[in-house]
Design a protein. Sequence first.
Length: 639
Amino acid sequence: MCGIAGLFYPNGETQIDVSTLQAMTAALAHRGPDGDGFHVEPGVGFGHRRLAIIDPRGGEQPMFNEDRSVAIVFNGMIYNYRELMPKLQAAGHVFRTLCDTEVIIHAWEQWGEDCLDHLNGMFAFALWDRNRRTLFLARDRLGKKPLHVARLSDGGLAFASELGAFGAIPGLALTIDPVAVAEYFTWSYIPDPRTIWKGVEKLPAGHCLLWRAGEAAPERRRYWRADTAPRQISEADAVADFREAFTECVDQRLIADVPLGAFLSGGVDSSAVVAVAAGLRSRALDTFTIGFEGEEDETPFANIVAEWYKTTQHNDHTTLDYLAAAADTARVFGEPFGDQSSVPTLAVCALARRHATVAVSGDGGDEVFAGYRRYRWHVLSEGVRRHVPAGLRRSALGTLARIYPKLDWAPKFLRAKYTLTELSLDSALGYARTLVRSQDEMRRSLFSASMLAAIDGHDAMAPIGRLMEESNSEDPLVQAQYVDINTYLVGDILTKVDRASMAHSLEVRAPLLDYRMVEWGLSLPADLKLRGKVGKYVLKKAMEPLLPDEVLYRRKQGFAMTLAPLFRREAERIRGLLLGQAMLDSRLFEPRTLARLVDEHASGRSDHSLVIWLLLVFQGFLARVQASPAVQRPLAAAA
């Protein structure tokens, strides 16, 4: 895995200052501790930090074709490079290395932009073709690898793997985007293409950007979207097909010229990956598990799987300091990122890096094979919506929702306010409410008058309806999966794993997120994914010969501890942080609301732990960046 950065000027004349590229890549050193490299010519400058995985001696970057007319900086892994190499050689291309990076160069020469259709992997790359006078940027289909871009005031374009690199560009003023703040407090992350900074964007998953020298602006296009066309298949055939495809996907992700291991949380997906990977290797597989306090600890189940497959199991039981982690999130993610499971993810990545350079994971199983409980609820809700007229739902259930009290302290069966509200809404808004981390009323109460004015008219939930329509499916389960694959998976899960692993110079690969597996899972009949209360049905049936029922069919757990008791114990410390100088100076928040949330949570009358966590992470972000000379006052443009 690597870090890439660069500058491009379409005039083909601007001289690039190598020191700027060096400063940008220095901010990415954790992504590639094994070396750096640079290439500069008029109008173009590339920088690279390398984590050597394939062909460690021959894979230095930037890499070039034979006559050095094509240059590339690349972050990722092309899993089918061994199949592509002989095809390209047969077409006359000459290879100088055994590295997957060189395959991209020759694929570009052979197929141009269509090279992306031939690549199966996780990737973000920038390619300069001097003969065609063309810059080509691309990000993999599912967004496993990040790529950020910014238009510069002098007509140039900057790109980098992480946001931290943009602070090294002279004259680039960074101003907080109020809409990004609102989206963060909606979802706990900032969805593509927006970032926390105005004018700096994420190149969305499955997109490429092409800019020919002399043209006024780049062309950005989407080259892939998941095919959801339904297939008819029996349970027996689906189980057999899954086993064959999954084994191939795992096998491809075990290719490495450095030590490799596997995350083992004790959940279904990571256990399935370990079961197959262990069977494909001739020696014991290293497996890594983090345990922590509380009933969420899955170490006992991980140990069962490790014992079954005689892996070399590495357990680390640790006390996680969430308040310190909130303050450190900006360093790792470059912007506010509020998924609290990032804290144990960082810990397991640190553990793995002590023994391996590559780890395989079970990420993606819940989205591809319907493992989240919210899918079952959405399907049931759609049944109600289809039988109860919309007007009646809005009037009767909406009225009940408004008058029903919010009983955070009560048993779950008495907490019906959210349920009634969701049933009163249409499909998209109802499902969106199961995803958001703070509801609209709460979010609006957090923000200052100037912040509310700056985001007036913005609808953070609008993309949910568009994605359901784009899914080209009438199946509510597929619609929900398609939404998650294009939002939560990219913006939360894959961002979390990439930044947490790269913070420790570790490469992570996810067999269940091979794009062919994703499309196959989406196309399955609903009852092969969600049957009664059992999610991931076909995956579990396929794994029955390889894993015990106590692992396959136990209650799903989250990878994080409950924060409510901690935040009650630390109420005074939290109050000091949320009402401290960084938050007040930002002019983004209403101080009285922040004080009220802390008081209500401390008293036990309400559980505000989730929104308090989001606020603590944001406070840590502000404290880190507001001292930077590149950062402008957050609402300077909106106030």
